[in-house]
Unconditional design. Sequence first.
Length: 204
Amino acid sequence: MNSKAHWEAVYATKPTEAVSWYEAAPTRSIALLTDAGLTVASRVLDVGGGDSLLPGALVALGVRHITVLDLSGAALNRAQARLGDRATGVEWLEGDVTTVELPPDGYDLWHDRAVFHFLTDAEDRALYVASATRSVRVGGSVIIATFAPDGPTRCSGLDVVRYSPEGLAAEFGPGFVLRHGFRDVHQTPTGAEQRFAFAVLSRV
């Protein structure tokens, strides 16, 4: 099963609150985006955010330029249905972050909670970084979260690559500098703990 088929099947069979990465409120992401300079005029890209609650939280804050990119059309449809009329304030892109064409210097803030660690192929990681380098303006920020070195080795039946904040910065290379890095613990809907690493990178 290819990646798109895998994720379409996940969102066709599991409700929002049943996936392990579910958060009842995107408190951490909003705080990090705010610290990175979020305003109502910020151009925000949420990578893999199809069925998260972050787009709705950003709409509620009055952010006017929100783009959600996800491989799964089912995930995007679910989020749009949840937002109702407010979904028109968001641009919804169905595509693969490693191949989709994004506008050069098109974003002030790039947010990715738990997509990058699924890229087990070095070539895919290089394509992801190249996309972020083109699409995030100089002075903008990338906020990225992956499983930490002592986090899970698999998620949703797929292998992952685990990182420290410094390891994430090394993957992104000289186009970015690590401004802030830390560890966090996510509690899944079943009560399990997953250790995450967060990195806030500045585009230079």
